[in-house]
Design a protein around this ligand. Structure first.
Ligand code: NAP
Length: 288
């Protein structure tokens, strides 16, 4: 089966590798060609445009930064949708807004392309290990046909309902993650500035009621000043902005999403844009 992967960032490159390892005939495309080279060396066909990658593919998976990029890659000049055969399956796995996902599904339907949204939980390491969890919105029969691809890239598929439900679930998920990491950065800075033993302080947080996987994982990286990217700062700012919009559409003005988002924007503007979200602690450390 031919599968195309559009977007070879931290997540898409791992996903493409898993598809190759599972024996699929994989075509890849990325805006910056250098990221496609290692995939080409691993056996993927490297395409010059999204359309070229999608041509002849039974399934096309996109893993891109945001709504604007997704729109350009699926529906812009040399976009993937126009190159897909009727009945082929378009899977959008990026973290995007519900309104754009709904519009994209309509674009696909007009071309008789079947569509699933499948945003993911898990990060760079889970993508590389084929251990993502897919939050799927769309038709059950289409999901059944796409299951071999999902099984290669992940270890859990949650079918939430119609198109749009995956985006809502993913934004609620990342709202909680983004807020936790922002409050953790503030708490860690308070503890550091108070002169406490940080190993002892961290184990109080990690072993007690606040000790979520976020607090344990991102907290460790904040303490270690380990900012190698798992999930980069500007993308969490994007997710919190999208979550705030979804909350507003539900009648909730979220001061919490706005305050957390401000921490990511502050770090982005302070030069942390290529770093992991753990780097949001740095501007706080430097503040008087
Ligand atoms: P990333 O490493 O920053 O990769 C972003 C991808 O989008 C790259 O392929 C990049 O191409 C492409 N892109 C950005 N701007 C573009 C443009 N103007 N035109 C064409 N392509 C463009 O991000 P990632 O971590 O892989 O995340 C990808 C998606 O998954 C995002 O929606 C993110 O929110 C979501 N996600 C991430 C994680 C995580 O932990 N990392 C977890 C779950 C979901 P270039 O290489 O050319 O820049």
């Amino acid at each position: 089966m031919k599968i195309a992967v559009l977007g070879l960032g931290l997540m898409g490159s791992g996903m493409a590798r898993r598809l190759l390892a599972a024996g699929f005939d994989v075509a890849v495309w990325n805006r910056s060609a250098d990221k496609a080279t290692p995939l080409g060396e691993a056996g993927a066909r490297v395409a010059a445009t999204p359309a070229q990658a999608a041509d002849g593919a039974a399934i096309v998976v996109a893993m891109l930064a945001d709504d604007d990029v997704s729109r350009a890659v699926w529906t812009g000049p040399d976009g993937a949708l126009d190159a897909m055969a009727p009945g082929a399956i378009a899977i959008e796995s990026s973290t995007l807004t519900g309104p754009w996902i709904t519009e994209l599904a309509a674009h696909a339907a007009r071309r008789s392309v079947r569509f699933l949204e499948a945003p993911v939980t898990g990060s760079r390491d889970q993508a590389a290990a084929g251990a993502l969890r897919f939050l799927v919105g769309g038709d059950a029969a289409t999901l059944a046909d796409a299951r071999p691809a999902f099984d290669a890239m992940g270890n859990a598929i949650v079918h939430l309902g119609p198109v749009g439900s995956g985006a809502t679930m993913k934004l609620a998920n990342n709202f909680l993650c983004g807020v936790q990491a922002a409050s953790l950065a503030e708490a860690i800075t308070l503890l550091e500035k108070s002169g406490l033993d940080m190993e002892q302080a961290m184990s109080v947080l990690a072993d007690g009621a606040p000790g979520s996987p976020m607090v344990k994982g991102v907290g460790r990286r904040m303490l270690d000043r380990d900012y190698r990217p798992h999930f980069v700062v500007p993308l969490m700012a994007k997710d919190l902005g999208y979550a705030a919009r979804a909350l507003a559409d539900a009648g909730i003005t979220s001061a919490i999403a706005a305050a957390a988002r401000a921490r990511y924007i502050e770090a982005d503007e302070a030069g942390e844009s290529l770093h992991d979200i753990s780097a949001i602690v740095e501007p706080l450390r430097k503040a008087k």
